[in-house]
Design a protein around this ligand. Sequence first.
Ligand code: UFG
Length: 335
Amino acid sequence: MKKVLVTGGLGFIGSHTVVELQNEGFEVVIIDNLSNSKIEVLDKITSITGVKPSYFNIDLRDKAAVKDFFANNKVDGTIHFAAYKAVGESVQKPLDYYENNIGSLVYILQELKANSLNNFIFSSSCTVYGQADELPITENAPIKPAESPYGNTKQIGEEIIKDATKISDLKAIALRYFNPIGAHESAKIGELPIGVPQNLIPYVVQTAAGIREELSVFGSDYNTPDGTAVRDYIHVVDIAKAHIVALKRLIENKNKSNFEIFNLGTGQGNSVLEVIKSFEKVTGQKVNYKLVDRREGDVTAAYADTNYANNELGWKTKLSLDEALLSAWKWQKTL
Ligand code: UFG
């Protein structure tokens, strides 16, 4: 049985990936410091798959602890989700973001090298493209100057990994996520935003649930068909499955180079108003909203060109926007 480390394995995308890994017969070890997740998720994962993953409460900024972990755990692969991810907060706390997202990454890569552990998957983001000049966005689209320290940690992270692959046997894949949404069909795991949600879908579901009075739609004067911004919303379970495909590619030495990049999106762009309408249609719930000014740092439109991931990685999304929105609503109702 292959053993896989999932950092941030109790978080939103991490927990869904742990479930898919276990379904595929991998033995999973989770590292999570619970900074943006809850320990209960471990039991929820166990109740979905019937297998309890090993769990370590390690802060990856603790270099000695990271060293100790890898010295004692010979993993066949590492999937690294653990990171801060709030764009706005990163502007207020840039050094915390660099310390956590970059410091931890460097420590992990050092220990992978020291222990000759070679397969590494990195959570990157379509934020590296900024407002791309051409849509849909291919992996070859130029990297734009980061709009936030958060975005910068993803750009720098990719560079660091690429450099690391040049001086060791490390093989790595960076997966650039578009907008992950939704929840597991069991409604046992999903997104757990702390405080007021910053992202669209958590805000929509909380508004429908009556927790928030009204959704603010940020910007209605964009150069898009209905004036609201367009994104590529992808079901988190599809995202999770891509990690298993990517990991197997590395374990089976099917990678074409030691540092590869793939977009993870559906290829379809939807506006904020389209998302609201779809949500109302599939759930029968009304979402109160008002049109307000644009949010600083937002791009007009971003959606993936999925050809490279479809053809080279051999992965494709299976779940629709409607399914994702319905699953997010089912999850919200359990909270
Ligand atoms: N939006 C609203 N109202 C809200 C929240 C969001 O109208 O209350 C709009 C945004 O303005 C944007 C769209 O909904 O047009 C999506 O916003 P999200 O915050 O859900 O997602 P973003 O596309 O802004 O951000 C996501 C990830 C980031 C990543 C970024 C890259 O959350 O981690 O994509 O583009 F950096």
